[in-house]
Design a protein around this ligand. Structure first.
Ligand code: ATP
Length: 923
């Protein structure tokens, strides 16, 4: 199907959907899209992108900001206020009408600002989680955002990747693709790049194509993109993607329920106050406005907005600490985590592998050098000798070029890889690697022996990719007069597949005794915390075309590499222990390696390691019985991980579980907090996870738990603050109604207090950093309510403190000083405001005093309280303020009184904290 240049152009812009690329050979498709073997270069890709647009499915536009602003006026409380304003207006009370409407407006603006900020923070997080693609540009493989792909780009796919665009396969090694999203077929389809299919082949049978929205479940492949964005098959089917409406989290739902209960209680109280005041002969208009304002003041309508903002800000903080939360409810669960199950390699260790020891038939060698820098020497080791660097000078150096078995072992290891090692651009910078660090270490070791070695993918005829369940990998390469299969993997796996051993270039039979000796050599290295691979080979005739089976192998050698534990992981494990959280190591590595690393990290294992094989022999009930006592699992498969999660959950534990490979996804989604690796994790695992670890580091999980605890604490503090202050106001009004006094606060006062205290101070309380001792206390019981019994009692007591202060202030001026009702209300109004604002400082911690925390450690709060305090001054000192709020001038004596009484609640709260802690530790 030859096409002209102009048709090619059209091809790009109209995209490939519906075109029969499956009916063309791979290189014809590449030619059609002018895609050279080195990939498009950046400028060409940019040009094509400006022509066809970004590779993304169009989404319905987000709700506009105007809509978001208007949405603030949907609540019943707002309508109640507007209704009250209308009534006041109808009765000629214009000042009240204007004041109420102004308050409604300001409340709306504040709500809008909070929601807009949370929305932007959440959108930014969403962008960070956007899918990526591996693309060949200008001769080098790079990872770019999938939206940047253009037709003609060459992409690479591996097990667990999302297919980022529609593409024609160029080559594929055992590529399986799950296409359910597109075809409804749930069994993965085996793909084949070589096939050329009839034009009319239905979508589900196009074995040489991959489509956007599907996922690679096994193998690997390269492909050339034929359609992007809305031009893909998925784009044609899906049309506009509707935007996901964020669902309320369980916490938000529980708070909503709490709000409803509070609303009911308040309405009853307000109805009683209304009835009492009317019975006492109050003016119905005044009593009506008072009741409405009281209802508004009592309901913490700012709570949902503050909670969402506290969550969003907490998520931002987590991102800065390398944890990207994908599902909001998990923030709450994070604070309750009791067990963290983590992979070893890369999470607890640095994943900076360095080959240290090599065993061939006749000899054992030590390799010196650091990290991925290919400078190092080879030393011969005697029986039982295990050198540390200080002893190196005493050892005999060897020239690897004169050791054929060593050189062959290194060459097998390095060629059976897909990793790439890059020289630094500037002297002094570290060498960089692309691909699996285990494989990179092998390439580096080969480079130490032979600086012209290249490793990797030359002359590869066939590849059986690494699979962590099979624990082995092979490539078949063409040699001068034959083909050679090079295999590497876990020693017990490779030794079981080997029938011969290479000794001095000759293949000799592998006796059971020798097999035992080799296994023991491997175990010995593993006990010294090394990751051990066995290397083997098999020769096929040059004309052989397959099948290539990993059997009848000839063992070439064993290779041991170190992967030091992360320093920060050691500290994080200790932090976990203090925080009542158990760290559990789950690894595919050798049990002895696992035990050695666990010991170094002080993961409490008592040397007890359970292997995958032992797990297979245990029933689920047995595992459940023992799960609390096992801290290290080795040689496990993904399926074992899932069993471990279920067993721990049956023990009542709240489990966080990490995963990277595609087969880890079920365990990750079964855990209470599924954690995917950001660097090594596959797209499928990320999609199944609740949280992505940006740096794959165990310490970041522990930091996320700390932040999770902090966020939940903040929400509890905000709830406590808002409910205590609101309860205080309602109680003060209730007392006055009961004893037959005039209302100590006017409706406008209540609305104002509500605005300036529920607004800024509550918001800044939600921004509080996690308290320093937060990781020294046990995890929060998962089903613990937001308001525990203790906290409920505290709220009630604080409410009484506020009511007492307000009532005292009113009574003092009215009856002690003999002042007017207006004057008494003015002082009560000021006391209510200032006492509540100062109380915000007391809510920052349940245990630590405000001075102990450092008065300026939440600067936002100090500023917010200064602003609110100044605004309050305006209501009594500014003539216009006075006429709006019906206040009077405050005398010096009254100011002193206001100061003292406003300090009363916070002082009691702080003294109670000191007393609870005992005199010895009081600060
Ligand atoms: P963790 O599960 O903690 O990340 P791991 O990285 O050792 O541990 P896997 O990647 O599943 O777990 O590896 C299991 C075993 O497979 C290793 O112990 C090693 O023997 C072998 N292995 C690892 N990487 C390769 C590879 N690239 N090629 C061949 N064999 C490998």
């Amino acid at each position: 199907m030859p096409q002209s240049a102009s048709e090619n152009q059209q091809q790009l812009t109209t995209g490939g959907a519906g075109r029969a690329f499956h009916a063309l050979a791979a290189d014809e498709v590449a030619k059609l899209f002018s895609s050279p073997p080195t990939g498009l270069d950046e400028s060409e890709a940019a040009g094509r992108r400006s022509e066809v647009g970004a590779n993304e499915l169009a989404q319905a536009p987000p709700p506009s900001r105007v809509w978001l602003f208007l949405a603030q006026f949907r609540s019943a409380v707002v309508w109640l206020l507007i209704f009250a304003a209308i009534i006041a207006g109808a009765l000629g009370e214009w000042i009240d009408t204007a004041a109420i409407l102004a308050i409604v407006l300001v409340n709306g603006v504040l709500g809008f600002l909070q929601e807009d900020k949370s929305r932007r923070a959440l959108e930014a997080l969403e962008k960070l989680a956007a899918p990526l693609a591996r693309v060949l540009r200008g001769g080098a493989w790079q990872t770019v955002a999938a939206r940047e792909l253009v037709p003609g780009d060459r992409i690479r796919l591996e097990a667990g990747d999302y297919v980022p665009a529609d593409a024609r396969l160029l080559d594929a090694a055992r590529l399986g693709v799950q296409e359910a999203a597109l075809t409804g077929e749930s069994v993965p389809v085996e793909k084949n790049a070589e096939a050329t299919l009839p034009e009319k082949t239905p979508l589900g049978d196009r074995r040489n194509m991959v489509y956007l929205g599907t996922t690679a479940t096994s193998g690997k492949a390269t492909a050339v993109v034929v359609a992007t964005g809305m031009q893909t098959e998925m784009g044609c089917i899906a049309g506009l993607l509707s935007r996901e409406v964020p669902q309320p989290t369980p916490l938000e739902r529980r708070l909503e329920e709490l709000g409803k209960i509070l609303m009911a209680v308040c309405l009853v109280l307000v109805a009683v106050i209304f009835a009492l005041q009317m019975w006492r002969g109050g003016d119905w208009m005044e009593v009506f406005l008072l009741s409405v304002s009281l209802a508004v003041a009592a309901v913490p309508e700012g709570l949902p907005a503050v909670v969402t903002l506290a969550l969003a800000l907490g998520l931002e903080r987590m991102i800065r600490r390398n944890a990207l939360v994908r599902k909001l409810p998990s923030v709450e669960t994070l604070g309750s985590v009791t067990v963290i199950c983590a992979d070893k390699t890369g999470t607890l260790t640095r994943n900076e592998m360095t080959v240290r020891e090599i065993v061939t038939s006749g000899r054992r060698y030590h390799v010196s050098g650091v990290g991925f820098d290919p400078r190092g020497k080879f030393y011969a080791l005697r029986e039982g000798q295990t050198p540390d660097d200080a002893e190196l000078s005493a050892l005999e150096t060897v020239d690897p070029r004169s050791e054929p078995d060593l050189l062959d072992a290194l060459s097998v290891a390095a060629r059976c890889t897909t990793a790439q090692v890059n020289r630094p651009e500037q002297e002094g910078q570290p060498w960089s690697v692309i691909g699996d660090p285990t494989e990179a270490a092998l390439v580096v070791a080969h480079l130490k022996a032979d600086s012209s070695a290249t490793g990797g993918t030359r002359d590869v005829v066939h590849e059986i990719p690494f699979d962590s369940d099979r624990k082995a990998m092979s490539v078949v390469v063409r040699t001068r007069d034959a083909q050679r299969m090079l295999t590497k993997g876990a020693p017990e796996v490779i030794l079981a597949l080997s029938t011969h051993e290479q000794i001095g270039g000759q293949e000799c039979e592998l006796t059971p005794r020798r097999r035992e000796e080799l296994l023991e050599s491997g175990a010995d290295m593993a006990r010294r915390a090394m990751r051990v691979l066995a290397l083997a080979a098999r020769t096929f005739p040059a004309s052989y075309t397959g099948p290539y089976r990993e059997e009848q192998l000839t063992l070439v050698g064993l290779i041991g590499m170190i992967d030091p534990p992360r320093e920060e992981a050691k500290m994080a494990v200790a932090r976990c222990q203090r925080a009542g959280i158990r760290a559990v190591m789950i690894t595919g590595d050798h049990p002895a390696t696992a035990a050695a690393i666990a010991r170094q990290l002080r993961i409490d294992a008592n040397g007890h390691v359970v292997t995958g094989q032992q797990l297979d022999e245990m029933s689920d009930d047995q595992l459940t019985d023992e799960a609390d006592a096992i801290s290290v699992y080795a040689r496990v498969s993904a399926e074992h991980k899932q069993r471990i999660v279920h067993a721990l959950k049956r023990r009542g534990q709240v489990v966080a579980m990490t995963g990277d490979g595609v087969n880890d996804a079920p365990a990750v989604s079964a855990a209470d907090i599924g954690i995917a690796m950001g660097m090594t994790g596959t797209d499928v695992t990320k999609a199944a996870s609740d949280m992505v670890l940006v740096d794959d580091n165990f310490a970041s999980i522990v930091n996320a738990v700390e932040e999770g605890r902090g966020i939940f604490d903040n929400i509890q503090k905000v709830v406590q603050y808002l409910l205590s202050t609101n309860a205080g106001e309602v109680l003060a009004m209730f007392i006055a109604a009961l004893v037959g006094w005039p209302a100590p606060l006017l409706p406008i006062h209540l609305l104002w207090i509500n605005l300036i205290t529920d607004g800024l101070p509550a918001l800044t309380l939600g921004m509080e950093r996690p308290e320093s001792g937060i990781m020294s206390r046990p995890p929060r019981p998962p089903r613990e309510p937001v308001i525990t019994r203790a906290r409920g009692t505290r709220i009630a007591l604080y409410g009484v403190l506020f009511a007492t202060s307000i009532t005292l202030a009113f009574a003092y001026v009215r009856w002690y000083q003999g002042g007017s009702i207006e004057s008494a209300r003015t002082v009560a109004f000021c006391v209510a405001c200032y006492a509540q604002m100062l109380f915000a400082f007391g809510c920052r911690s349940d245990k630590k005093t405000f001075l102990g925390l450092g008065p300026l450690s939440n600067l936002n709060m100090s500023v917010a309280i200064c602003v609110s305090g100044t605004l309050q001054l305006g209501t009594v000192m500014w003539p216009l303020g006075r006429s709006i709020f019906q206040t009077t001038a405050v005398t010096a004596e009254q100011w002193v009184f206001i100061g003292v009484v406003s300090l009363f609640p916070i002082t009691v709260v702080e003294l109670a904290k000191l007393l609870a802690r005992g005199p010895a530790r009081a600060q």
